[in-house]
Write a protein that binds this ligand. Structure first.
Ligand code: UDP
Ligand code: MG
Length: 136
């Protein structure tokens, strides 16, 4: 049975700054993801606050939004069978120190805040996040 899904991925400022955009895209492609849409942008802090609204009560919220808006990011719509879960697996744990070998965050992440990539955590949030960046 086919269960083709789409998910939103972001290459965060720390990774764009280190010119890891192409290497990370290759990891997606070699793991069976198609990049359906992509753009390199820099967002305002107010937009980051909207994007990360689910975290607004967390102690790291302000730093997180400041960080996501601190430099260029690459936002992508990825498609694959079970894309949401598959991307979470490929990304690895939020804290690169806890991420498994072979994951993007293990390979490229610097710290829990500079962890190189974002990925939607559910099918519902994937739809919301894809709309956030690509609906116009
Ligand atoms: N984050 C942080 N400190 C923490 C927890 C999270 O700076 O203690 C940042 C981290 O960059 C993470 C983002 O907040 O990617 C969103 O957190 P979430 O728990 O949703 O992790 P993710 O879904 O990105 O793995
Ligand atoms: Mg999350």
């Amino acid at each position: 049975m086919s269960n083709l899904e789409q998910t939103l991925s972001i290459i965060k400022p720390d990774a764009v700054e280190r010119n890891l955009e192409n290497e990370i895209k290759e990891m997606f492609k070699s793991n069976g993801f198609s990049i359906l849409n992509e753009k390199k942008i820099q967002i305002e802090k107010s937009e980051a606050e909207k994007f990360y609204k689910v975290h607004e009560t967390k102690p790291f919220y302000d730093d997180l939004c400041g960080y996501l808006s601190s430099g260029p990011i690459v936002v992508m719509v990825l498609e694959k069978e079970n894309a949401v879960l598959s991307n979470r697996e490929l990304m690895g744990a939020t804290n690169p120190e806890d991420a498994e070998e072979g994951t993007i965050r293990k390979k490229y992440g610097i710290s829990i805040d500079k962890n190189s990539v974002h990925g939607s955590d559910s099918i519902e949030n994937a739809k919301i996040e894809i709309d956030f960046f690509f609906k116009d």
